[in-house]
Design a protein around this ligand. Sequence first.
Ligand SMILES: *Cc1c(COP(=O)(O)O)cnc(C)c1O
Ligand SMILES: [Zn+2]
Length: 382
Amino acid sequence: MQLRCVECGATFAPELIYRCKTCGGILEQLGHDEVAPFSFGEGRTPLLRASRIEASLPGFSGEIWLKDETRNPSGSFKDRLISAALGRAIAMGVKGVVCASSGNAGAATAAYAARAGVPAIIIVPAHTPMGKVTQIAAHGAVLLLVEGHYSRSYDLARALAEEHGFANLTTTFINPYAVAGLTEVGSEILAQLGHAAPSHVLIPTGSGPLVKGVWQGLLDAGATTRLVAVQAEGCAPIVQAFEADAKQVTAWGMPETIASGISDPLIGYERDGTYTLRLVRESGGLALSVSDDELRAAMRSLARLEGVYAEPTGASPIAALPRLVTEGHLPAGARVVCLITGHGFKDGRAYQEMPARTLRVEDPKNTVAVAKLCEEAMREHA
Ligand SMILES: *Cc1c(COP(=O)(O)O)cnc(C)c1O
Ligand SMILES: [Zn+2]
């Protein structure tokens, strides 16, 4: 196994390096890692047919599937990256690990490091949702809160890794071993569909390792699938470049969205976004952004039509569906896979604010009155 620069093609021995020594470019893992991942039940997540969502989409006649990544041990697909990268870090004999995160990668690192007995430092923006912060703290990691957007946490993790000898488990394109852990998302989808390739895979996109993983897994198996990168309107650097027909992605200013998992302005590592955009284009796909209101509606559909409880980011592919249909991107017979990337337990605030069929029972002995109330509530549109 080797590391190879995706930009200049230079190759390197498998060390703990985070960018090309020749041009500073993104490194990818070439070939299979002989080092075992530190596994904890991640991966092999279910692929669920979403027939009630299909029926709710006017003008759509195809298949919608949900790749339910909420089922991973810490509740997001980040477990796949951390499993691979932590196995590597342990094999290299590091004294500890550091991870800059918008919450989920930090939760994954904290859980996996706890189980491995490896010291962990997690760095998150101070406004990270409480569920994610609680999860990180619960596992006993050293938790650093940094004011401002995610890119500031990213810089601090890089400094701690480069100057103080911690392995950097940040899940942008910085750690090639982590990113390689996502190739299985693509190959699992293909196997679960009986090797009939999906026409489209819809992917919540921050810096883009998940796009790369799905792309690689499908490509290695010879499948041709259009990849759709979904971002939030309040933080959409890749969509902005896609729509402008630009080759380079430029950083976003201040993110403003309820989708914390994809709230990454890419300041200082714009090349991650440029690489992701390149893969999306090579697949014949597209990038589009969704509003917070569309995200809320999608969370509601997932929970009420399919029984899947997702954080706002996890529902973003569902939020993209209506527009993809009306704009003609999903022709009859399309087989669409939506990656549901993170669990609702992590950030349930949007659900708490939705109208619900919640009733206060004054007299639980009066079952006639209670049954009547229930039937009224069932008739109401909640
Ligand atoms: C990290 C994350 C993403 C974005 O993944 P990238 O590989 O950085 O593009 C999407 N959804 C959730 C829930 C995440 O935690
Ligand atoms: Zn290079």
